[in-house]
Ligand binder design. Structure first.
Ligand SMILES: O=c1ccn([C@@H]2O[C@H](COP(=O)(O)OP(=O)(O)O)[C@@H](O)[C@H]2O)c(=O)[nH]1
Ligand SMILES: O=C(O)[C@@H](COP(=O)(O)O)O[C@H]1O[C@H](CO)[C@@H](O)[C@H](O)[C@H]1O
Length: 330
């Protein structure tokens, strides 16, 4: 690791691996002293099996018992199951991606849900959690908020964790984060070595200041995490970024084929941000296509899909958003 990445890793990595490492009173005091309002956003596409318990736990622990969180929103991202009803019954506010900023249309993908969540929430601090988390994650929200509540220089905090791999009901103690290990980490180490200290650059649990999040584009699909990391590095510099060890993260994993497409979207996202390094040369261009293969018993069958990404502009450039925020400011 380069000296700057190593220094960052030592200075900007904190630990919140369980509630024993959290002082709720101190966080509440820091929140009140800073005059902060906290929104928690759960992007959810067909997560009826897990979103309810997650919502109920956050509401009970961090809204009712300890009012660290002011707003809990589930963004229903084109679900075809009962995600919205389950989330609402558990006490979350729920909005459909299609219903937010309707004049701007809607696009499929996680990044679209996260971009629109900025227009559907009001906190100056925003926490993002995947909706397919399983196990004890009660410490995730306070752990992610702590660097933002205690250090004004920090703009963005990513969770990091060990990641068991669960496929077809079989659980391995490690091996999760396959796209991170096989695609994102090698690419980021090659092109942005200053980010080499991030343990989980693609992790779905992170928090940031709205003032920063509204200044950067959101890649509309699975490239959103790697796009945010690169763009927030450019916006605030490495010292404005932090990570917190949240212990273990378990979630429902996708198939290798699905993750291949995810990797393609991440490569497309990285290439749109990678310069060829030689002045006057255009940015590296991705084909936007990925061909994978299945064997049908008699031979290999190619299957091509697009892994091109589009992105939404910084929310601060959206007139409806600016006028809505101005109205809130009174
Ligand atoms: O189009 C999408 C795809 C995913 N997600 C949500 O984004 C999170 C991470 O997605 P997924 O679990 O598919 O990715 P993985 O964690 O397996 O990489 C989950 O809460 C999904 O419900 C979403 O809101 N819209
Ligand atoms: O980190 C990874 O390699 C992928 C896949 O994880 P698994 O191999 O299914 O445990 O999961 C992450 O990547 C997505 C794209 O950035 C994020 O949206 C997910 O939240 C995150 O789980």
């Amino acid at each position: 690791m380069r000296p700057d990445a190593r220094a960052w890793f030592r200075h900007r990595t904190s630990s919140a691996t369980g509630l024993a490492e959290i002082d709720p009173g101190a966080l509440l005091l820091a929140k009140r002293r800073g005059g902060h309002r906290v929104s928690v956003v759960l992007p959810a596409r067909n997560e009826e099996a897990t979103v309810g318990a997650l919502v109920a736990d956050i509401r009970e622990r961090w809204m009712r018992r300890v009012p660290l969180v002011d707003e809990l929103l589930v963004v229903d991202s084109d679900s075809t199951d009962a995600t919205a009803a389950v989330a609402r019954a558990a006490g979350a506010d729920v909005v459909a991606t299609t219903d937010v900023l309707p004049a701007h249309g809607t696009r499929p993908g996680k990044g679209e849900a996260l971009w629109k969540s900025l227009a559907a929430t009001t906190g100056d601090l925003v926490v993002f959690l995947d909706s397919d988390l399983v196990g004890d994650v009660a410490h995730y929200v306070p752990g992610l908020l702590r660097p933002l509540l205690t250090d004004p220089q920090v703009l963005y905090v990513k969770g990091c964790y060990t990641r068991p791999l669960e496929v077809d009901g079989q659980v391995e103690p490690a091996g999760g984060g396959r796209v991170t290990e096989l695609t994102a980490r090698p690419l980021l180490n090659a092109l942005w070595p200053e980010l080499a200290g991030f343990v989980q650059p693609l992790g779905g649990e992170y928090a940031g200041r709205r003032s920063a999040l509204e200044q950067v584009p959101f890649v509309s699909a699975y490239g959103v995490e790697v796009g945010l990391l690169i763009d927030l590095l450019r916006l605030g510099g490495l010292a404005a970024l932090a990570q917190v060890d949240l212990g273990v993260r378990r979630h429902t994993s996708q198939s290798q084929e699905a993750l291949g497409a995810m990797a393609g979207e991440i490569v497309s996202t990285v290439l749109t941000r990678a310069e060829s390094g030689r002045p006057g040369h255009r940015p590296l261009a991705a084909s936007g296509l990925l061909t994978q293969f299945r064997h049908d018993g008699s031979g290999f069958v190619p299957r091509s899909r697009t892994v091109a990404v589009d992105e939404r502009p910084p929310m601060a450039t959206i007139a409806e958003y600016r006028s809505h925020r101005a109205g809130l400011a009174g």
